[in-house]
Design a protein around this ligand. Structure first.
Ligand SMILES: [Zn+2]
Length: 181
């Protein structure tokens, strides 16, 4: 049985502007464990409760002074809502992340966490464990990993794009990738 990401994704998305403080972010996170980060209204990154603990609290920094953009994780790894759940679990394992942002026609519509996958599909806990042990050694499930799209900032032109790809160690948008060739 194929379980699609849209079957298990959470659509309760909350966003925050990159110029807000960590204190403001934390207040918004009482019911969610992550916030999507916007610049001029466009989503390009994410912050999680773990980020706040590790990057701000544990370092003794002042949550009133540190801004969201100082600790944002970007680019965002996205998958289409019709993709197989196993693809998300594989990508999480391979990249060491716990969340994947879900899109419909390129627009962000949801989020899936490793916990969601484990909760809805108990067998996939094993898959995650197996993936951790053999990450990079076996690719048992997925062929088209290149299909994954990334939302973020192009390192060449600075534009935000939903089609970011790694080219020789740099994140580039479609236009800049063309120039590179
Ligand atoms: Zn560019």
């Amino acid at each position: 049985m194929v379980v699609k990401l849209k079957d298990i994704m959470s659509t309760k998305l909350m966003t925050i502007d990159e110029n807000k403080t960590i204190e403001e972010a934390a207040k918004k996170m009482k019911k969610v464990s992550s916030l999507l980060v916007k610049r001029k209204g466009k989503i390009y990154g994410i912050i999680t409760d773990t980020d706040i603990v590790k990057k701000v609290v544990a370092k003794g920094l002042n949550p009133k002074k540190v801004k969201v953009k100082d600790i944002v994780s970007t680019p965002l790894i996205t998958l289409d809502e019709n993709e197989d759940v196993r693809k998300a679990s594989y990508i999480m394992t391979k990249r060491g992340i716990k969340r994947v942002v879900i899109t419909r026609n390129g627009k962000v519509v949801g989020i899936v966490t490793a916990t969601d996958i484990a909760r809805y599909i108990p067998d996939y806990i094993d898959l995650l464990e197996i993936g951790k042990k053999y990450a990079g050694v076996e690719r048992p499930i997925l062929e088209n990993l290149e299909d994954e799209l990334l939302i973020g900032e192009c390192e060449e032109c600075g534009n935000l794009t939903s089609d970011l790809k790694l080219v020789n160690g740099r994140w580039l948008c479609e236009d800049c990738r063309e120039e590179w060739k």
